[in-house]
Design a protein around this ligand. Structure first.
Ligand code: CA
Length: 335
């Protein structure tokens, strides 16, 4: 059992928008329940969409099971071929969502509403960057009010396959380049070189999976476990928890370390180190053990105490030497 202590609460209280390609790699499902439990989540936009919002239907269903019916869900940009990146067929009941909970609407207007609450908001990008690029093109003044944390990218030589960009930028390279090179955005990348490691991998033997898949687990946990089962059966025997790690970074938790790195960015969205290139703030290392302990703590809390927004979770950190860095967090513990 992890030894937990409370740390000083973060100083700001930003509402959170998540952009996710939910329904393929199950780490988005885990990221969503972490956010539902611990963050002042206001908006979920889906990327790599298809079929009139299949990923948004799944997001709406999962959030409702988590008791987060107040979080707005908007189906974002389609990408051609997205249906091939979908393993969650049949997990959402037919006829869902009801007409009273639409999943269509303007991403720009939805973000404007969230930003209007506190003048700034956090944007956590867990999928292809299409929606953020759309927002930046159509309403740059709004995009400039976002504290942006995106999963993906990083120097190509650190990626498992240096011949191509990592998944999210590869699905929409033009959007990734537009955002990564924007001079006026507050942006950090949680890079694949840091997240793609066995230290973040969840398999059938992992504690988190076994907790979620237990016979007596609630519906929200079963849905996440079903997403993992689909991935294990159809794609790979493990899933790297890149998106949950990105959520913790956006929340100001001190597990991921960042630095400004100068990179040249190619048309295929691959990055190469270049002293004359763009300075991009990106992850350079992570404390994997503390990350895993915190995520496990959140899942255990939700299973044992009931799923729902619990602001204090963000301040519960595994014991570690040295001062906590949570005080500089961009996301508050209260909405
Ligand atoms: Ca994702």
């Amino acid at each position: 059992m992890t030894n937990l202590r409370s740390s000083a609460p973060p100083t700001t209280r930003l509402p959170v928008c998540i952009c996710t390609d939910l329904g393929y790699d199950p780490d988005d499902l885990l990221a969503m329940i972490i956010a539902a439990a611990a963050l002042p989540l206001r908006l979920v936009v889906t990327s790599d969409e298809f079929g009139g919002g299949e990923r948004a239907r799944l997001a709406r269903y999962l959030l409702n099971l988590c008791g987060r019916t107040g979080v707005v869900v908007v189906a974002g940009k389609d990408i051609e071929g997205a249906e091939a990146r979908w393993v969650c067929d049949g997990l959402v009941p037919p006829g869902f969502p009801p007409a009273s909970m639409p999943i269509t609407g303007s991403t720009v207007e939805a973000v404007r509403t969230v930003v209007g609450e506190g003048h700034r908001a956090a944007w956590v990008g867990l999928g292809p960057v299409s929606n953020l690029a759309w927002l930046y093109r159509g309403a740059p003044e709004l995009a400039r009010l976002l504290v942006i944390t995106l999963q993906g990218g990083g120097p190509a030589h650190l990626y498992r396959d240096p011949s191509r960009a990592s998944h999210n930028p590869r699905m929409d390279p033009a959007s990734a380049r537009a955002i990564w090179t924007a001079p006026d955005l507050d942006l950090r990348l949680v890079t694949s070189g840091v997240t793609f490691t066995e230290d973040t991998e969840i398999t059938r033997d992992s504690e988190i999976y076994r907790l979620l898949a237990a016979d007596n687990s609630p519906k929200w946990a079963k849905l996440v476990a079903d997403g993992y089962d689909r991935w294990f059966a159809r794609k790979r025997p493990g899933s790297k928890a890149a998106d949950p790690m990105t959520v913790t970074a956006a929340a100001g938790l001190p597990f991921v370390n960042f630095d400004a790195v100068r990179v040249a960015i190619g048309p295929d969205a691959r990055m190469h180190l270049d002293p004359n290139g763009n300075a991009v703030r990106m992850s350079t290392s992570a404390d994997y053990a503390s990350f895993r302990n915190w995520v496990t703590m959140v899942v255990r809390h939700a299973l044992e105490s009931g799923m729902g927004y619990e602001p204090s979770l963000i301040g519960r950190l595994p014991s570690a030497p040295g001062p906590a860095t949570v005080a500089a967090a961009p996301i508050g513990r209260r909405s």
